[in-house]
Design a protein around this ligand. Structure first.
Ligand code: OXD
Ligand code: MN
Length: 591
């Protein structure tokens, strides 16, 4: 922790001075990222009541935090893309004029750090030493944010060294202000490479390297520089011969990306392993070999706690046993943590996420449904040897998915890249508690990027199409749905480790080793080509999982039209013609 300026970068110095003038903190502290600094900040945060220490024997190095009750999820209605022209932000983003946004937020930031410390957090998104890195600097008055950023990014002196005297960086200004949701704004200024976030202390709104830089700003930069910043997990699938193939998969929040990235193969699939490269974000570039190469720009996992147990995700459980920050879970009497869906019996007593006494007979949940763990990725037993390879890993298959009780089958393959972009563009999912708002409503979430694309969605689809034209050896594109239900509302597919069976089919298809049924929506597996050994699923269930209902798809296409109309004139004609081709196939064939 340094009190004097440790950088020769004049732009950085000037910007920190400017922010301090606006926010008027008592002190300015530059973070160096050392363990000594972490210990000192932890001590201070405990003193301020921002975090509590968990039992040091059972949960070594772990901290417990609660956010205010009205500040537990991303706030999409208060998230803005502030480009000079509204058109650049597109119709699916909230837009604010940059002058107005700076003025409005300045009023909230003004003097808001009086009596507080302003921390300067330099960080790297990407692998240190890689030419594809982006450097960010977050200014914040929250020690909780600093402690989380040091897990989620490569932070401190290492980032200042990489930045050097002349380097460019994303300016991120964060302040808690009064944590009043009327004063909560998450504003992105892609033309200024700047983010201003105020009035929140919840991860997705305030860990500015993650959704704000690595997705919203990075997707804008990717469009200009010719690469993709995506809301995707990345994993390597090792087969019994030892060969590893990599997949990247996009799912909306809370649809199991982290579980898929850390999947443990079922006992009946001997010789298979899944290696985690990343669980949330993929930066993908075209390699010299004409393939798509993906890097996880983050250094940690900011995962959803409820439902994580030794069956659903033993690797995540192992990863969070030390040096982890738990937010909005239940704190047990013996200094441990608990959440709904954890192994074993619930504790007899505890303090819930609101800070109130809790017992199993309480009507309220112990942990908030969007409660989180922040854990260093390197602690995950399934972490890939390649996860810090600056080149990234070559992607054989891209997978899109959503949470759909009906309509979408367990898995299908698109016909080609253009059709795959259409499939990604039409992904829909039932909403979850990762964002404020109604839960369980079907909404279009193209490429799982609706809340994260930093520019016009139609232009984003065009960028995907352009990437496909440049790829000599593109990954094959698939769509999956682990959440299909029968008429009685029961989920049909067991999910979790068994999802590897679907990945196995996907990779066989990507390699051209297996046939498929050429259906109206794309290539469907023949039931006999799915590896179902050791799994108890009736042929009727398999048939339901792979079935497509003409009526459902006609409704689906109508709903797509409404969404495409919203995107407006920038919707690429290729997407329109894919849709028309599907309409034609549906009207010609009985499915
Ligand atoms: C996340 C999200 O936190 O997608 O990863 O909401
Ligand atoms: Mn996410």
């Amino acid at each position: 922790m340094l009190n004097e300026t440790p950088t020769k970068n004049k732009n950085l110095e000037a910007w920190v001075r400017e922010a301090a003038e606006l926010c008027q903190p008592d002190r300015v502290v530059w973070c160096d990222g050392t363990e000594r600094e972490r210990d000192e900040l932890t001590r201070q945060a405990i003193g301020l009541g921002e975090v509590e220490l968990l039992d040091p024997v059972k949960w070594p190095g772990c901290l417990y935090a609660r956010s205010t009750e009205n500040d537990v999820a991303r706030v999409e209605q208060s998230t803005f893309i502030c480009t000079r022209s509204k058109k650049a932000a597109g119709n699916t983003n909230n837009w604010m004029d940059p002058q107005e946004a700076y003025r409005k937020l300045s009023e909230i930031f003004k003097n808001s750090m009086k009596g507080r410390t302003l921390y300067v957090v330099p960080y790297i998104m990407g692998i240190p030493g890689s030419r594809f890195n982006k450097i960010g600097v977050e200014i914040t008055d929250s020690i909780y944010v600093v402690l989380n950023m040091r897990i989620m990014t490569r932070m401190g002196t290492i980032a200042l060294q990489e930045l050097g005297a002349e380097g460019k960086f994303t300016k991120g200004l964060h302040g808690k202000a009064d944590l009043d949701d009327h004063h909560r704004f998450i504003c992105h200024f892609p033309e200024d490479n700047t983010i201003w976030s105020v009035g929140s202390n919840y991860g997705g709104n305030v860990l500015l390297g993650k959704k704000c830089l690595a997705l919203r700003i990075a997707s804008w930069l990717g469009n200009q520089e010719g690469w993709l910043a995506e809301h995707m997990m990345i994993a390597g699938i090792q087969d019994p011969s030892g060969k590893i193939e990599y997949v990247a998969a996009a799912f909306p929040s809370q649809c199991g990306k982290t579980n898929l990235a850390m999947l443990v193969p079922p006992a009946s699939m001997k010789g298979y392993r899944v290696w985690t490269v990343g669980d949330d974000i993929a930066w993908m570039r075209i390699g010299e070999d004409g393939r798509l190469w993906a890097v996880n720009p983050e250094a940690g996992f900011f995962g959803v706690a409820p439902g994580t147990n030794s069956k659903t995700n033993p690797n995540a459980l192992a990863a969070v046993r030390k040096n982890t920050i738990f937010t909005n879970v239940l704190k047990t009497e013996d200094g441990g943590v608990w959440w709904e869906g954890m192994d074993g019996e619930p504790p007899t007593k505890g303090v819930n996420w609101r800070g109130q006494p809790w017992t199993p007979s309480s009507t309220e949940k112990g942990a908030h449904s969007n409660s989180r763990f922040t854990a260093p990725a390197g602690q995950c037993p399934s972490i890939s040897l390649e996860w810090e390879n600056p080149k990234g890993v070559p992607i054989s298959a891209i997978i899109f998915g959503g949470r759909r009780a009906r309509v979408t089958p367990l898995v299908y393959q698109s016909r080609n890249w253009q059709h795959g972009v259409y499939v990604g563009a039409t992904v829909a999912s039932e909403t979850t508690s990762a964002a404020t708002g109604e839960v369980g409503v079907v909404r279009r979430d193209p490429m799982a990027m609706l809340p994260f694309c930093g520019y016009d969605m139609g232009d984003y689809f065009s960028h995907w199409l352009e990437m496909g034209r440049r790829l000599k050896n593109p990954p094959k594109i698939f769509c999956v749905n682990w959440f299909r239900k029968d008429d009685k509302g029961n989920i049909l597919w067991p999910g979790f480790g068994e999802n590897l069976r679907v990945l196995q089919w996907i990779l066989s298809r990507a390699e051209g080793n297996v046939g498929a049924i050429d259906s109206v929506i794309g290539f469907l597996p023949k039931a006999e080509d799915l590896n179902l050994k050791g799994i108890d699923l009736s042929p009727e269930k398999i048939a339901s999982l792979l079935s497509i209902s003409k009526e459902d798809w006609i409704d689906e296409i109508k709903d797509e039209a409404t969404f495409f109309e919203k995107i407006g004139a920038t919707l690429p004609p290729e997407i329109q013609s894919e849709r028309e081709a599907l309409i034609q196939r549906l009207s010609m064939e009985m499915v």
